[in-house]
Design a protein around this ligand. Structure first.
Ligand code: PLP
Length: 368
């Protein structure tokens, strides 16, 4: 039986490299509450990512919930149905009504040309996702936001280190939220962060993630416990030392897939765009009608060969029971997303995926 190949596998540095960090934690006995590793990681991430202010979190979902709180968003928020379910869940956790808008067929990101028609007097913000790390049309989205006085919160869970023509994609919108979950390009086991444009917003967010405490006796807001621990922050510092090599290796795997699949009829590789600095977090294909197998048949065939690709994003968020009843969830409103969800598949990509394993995946896709 072949060794299983999963869609992703976390990259872990040699364990010995982590030991000095553990010794330090044991020595100073600071486990959380913005300790030295937490502070150092915030600083190093600002430098690495090219952003001004960052607040570390326990995970991206709490960070999304907190970002909405920080901007005091209520009413309705326009978002994409084509994402991980946490994007819309963060709205429900704030009592906000999600309004789903269809996606662009090329990038599978929120389609700016469809946003205006969904704006009502209750709309307070737009929450787009840089899906698979592919930047949204940030200029078009900002133009609409400015015209209608809306906030923009980017779910940038996939966009660690991504740069477009104007620098880090994380500097767009009012806030951006990163995920450092184990499956992400940069992971801290669990973790996340909010990127703020100014110090005042960062400090407000820092209070919100610590129960609202401003000092020992002052609670300024009904905050939550969203803090990242010292253990996670220390691991992040170590991961940062290896991140460039990890992204380089992902780039090689991406290139190999593109070359091997370019002549396979019915397989479309997404996001070949070379004008952006990518992180190669996902390798996404669409299985079109000309391919000899349906997407699901191919998915099952890969599984039979112990290759566990994933159908990100299927089902659409709008198809889950807590969203299905919303008027904007109707498939007729979401033609492009509905179609993409039926065809999409993410192939295995991670730094330790060796050539032999990748060839096993390619072989099956080429044979059909
Ligand atoms: C687009 C998107 N948003 C939010 C999340 C939630 O991140 P976390 O697991 O860090 O809470 C994820 C993935 O995990 C995601 O893919």
């Amino acid at each position: 039986m072949n060794k299983p190949i999963y869609v992703t596998q976390p990259s872990l540095p040699p364990l010995e490299e982590f030991m000095p960090y553990l010794h330090k934690i044991w020595e100073n006995k600071i486990l959380t509450n913005g300790g030295p590793f937490h502070q150092q990681l915030e600083k190093e991430l600002c430098d690495y990512l090219g952003v001004k202010y960052i607040s570390l979190f326990a995970n991206a979902t709490i960070a999304l919930v907190t970002a909405l709180q920080a901007l005091r968003i209520t009413g309705e928020v326009i978002t994409t149905p084509y994402s991980f379910v946490a994007t819309a869940h963060s709205l429900l956790w704030n009592g906000i009504k999600p309004v789903f808008v269809d996606i662009d067929p090329k990038t599978l990101n929120l389609d700016p040309s469809k946003i205006e028609a969904a704006i009502t007097s209750q709309t307070k913000a737009i929450m787009p996702v840089h899906c698979y790390g592919q930047p949204c049309d940030v200029e078009a989205i900002q133009k609409i936001a400015d015209m209608y006085n809306l906030k923009v919160i980017y779910d940038a869970a996939h966009a660690f280190g991504v740069k477009c023509h104007c620098g880090s994609v994380l500097n767009h919108g009012d806030l951006s939220v990163l995920s450092f979950h184990a499956t992400k390009v940069f992971n801290t086991f669990e973790g996340g962060a909010i990127i703020s444009p100014d110090a005042k917003t960062k400090y407000h967010i820092d209070h919100l993630k610590n129960f609202g405490f401003v000092d020992e006796v002052t609670v300024a807001a009904p905050g939550i416990n969203g803090k990242m621990s010292e253990l996670n922050a220390a691991f992040g510092l170590l991961q940062l030392k290896h991140i460039d090599d990890a992204i380089l290796r992902r780039n090689e795997i991406d290139r190999t897939y593109r070359e091997a699949l370019k002549d396979v009829k019915g397989i479309t590789c997404l996001n070949g765009n070379s004008s952006i600095e990518k992180n190669y977090s996902y390798f996404t294909i669409l299985v079109e009608d000309e391919y000899p197998l349906s997407r699901d048949a191919l998915y099952e065939k890969l599984k039979d060969h112990a290759i566990f690709a994933r159908r990100y994003f299927y089902p659409l968020i709008s198809d889950f029971p807590m969203y299905r009843g919303l008027p904007s969830s109707s498939p007729s409103n979401l033609n492009v997303a509905t179609n993409a969800a039926q065809r999409v598949m993410c192939l295995p990509i991670y730094p330790d995926l060796n050539r032999e394993a990748q060839n096993r995946v390619i072989d099956i896709l080429q044979k059909g």
